[in-house]
Ligand binder design. Structure first.
Ligand code: COA
Length: 231
């Protein structure tokens, strides 16, 4: 067993039976990051009051998640399989459950999940399943229960049977500031949602919207109301 303290990341790294575990003593909970033995140069910085667990299989990934609120039960599960990915959350208001997968059993490289300040997530899965692709969410967003935000289809591929061209690539997902995502919503890989939007429960957002202050609803989601905001 080998124990090291990394001054830069403030993590205590323990090597046990060929696996590397990182612990951060900076938090009310004990964030745990488990890296496989071939992983190198992963940077992990976890703020206070987060129940955080990560599994990392790959190298040169950067994870920065700032503080959660002290009296809330904020819980994040992160899996990274791949290299050169970034996960950044500016800070968390309340996060009953947020699961972020970058890659699955097939690695994803050079992708990112970037989330702004004051995130509320009741129960959300963010799946970054395409190389070189960002998933961005602004400040003050609220995600309800059973929401999936899927940024790609890897390892499956959809192609045209005549041209053999792949159909699925996207430039990523962009969600603005102060967006409320209702329960059971599904946000697909090229969705664009502007500021101050409400996404009605059970909607499937597949398109790029540009109008702010609207209610988007349905499958596929379309604008159902204008000149609205939420609090
Ligand atoms: C989006 C929402 C806030 C709209 O509520 P509202 O302002 O009272 O709006 P209305 O119910 O009057 O509906 C406005 C329009 O959107 C449609 N609409 C509302 N919710 C819809 C839904 N889930 N799917 C499809 N259409 C919907 C209505 O049919 C109506 O269309 P119309 O004008 O053509 O009749 C509400 O329907 C909703 O989905 N809330 C999310 C609840 C939730 O997830 N809570 C978790 C708490 S974190």
């Amino acid at each position: 067993m080998c124990i090291k303290y990394d001054k830069k990341t403030k993590l205590i790294k323990i090597n046990l039976f060929g696996k590397s575990y990182s612990f951060c003593l900076n938090s009310g909970f004990l964030p745990i990051a488990k890296e496989d033995k071939n992983s190198k140069n992963n940077y992990i910085e976890i703020g206070k009051y987060l129940n955080f667990k990560a599994k990392i299989s790959g190298s040169n990934n950067k994870v920065i998640i700032k503080d959660a609120l002290k009296d809330r039960q904020s819980k994040i599960r992160l899996n990274i399989c791949g290299n050169n990915n970034t996960v950044f959350i500016d800070n968390i208001y309340e996060c009953c459950m947020l699961e972020i997968d970058v890659g699955n059993f097939v690695g994803v490289n050079n992708s990112s999940v970037i989330i702004g300040k004051n995130l509320i997530s009741v129960d959300c899965k963010i799946l970054a399943y395409q190389d070189d692709t960002p998933i961005k969410m602004g400040d003050n967003c609220m995600i309800s229960q059973n929401v999936t935000i899927r940024g790609g289809e890897k390892p499956h591929r959809v192609f045209n049977t005549i041209t053999h061209e792949y159909l699925e690539p996207t430039e990523g997902i962009s969600i603005g500031n102060h967006v409320w995502i209702g329960e059971n919503c599904y946000i697909t890989k090229r969705a664009k949602i502007p500021n101050n939007v409400v996404i009605a429960a059970n909607s499937c957002v597949t398109k790029q919207f540009s109008e702010e202050n609207v209610v988007i609803a349905g499958v596929p989601a379309a604008i159902h109301a204008r000149d609205v905001n939420w609090e």
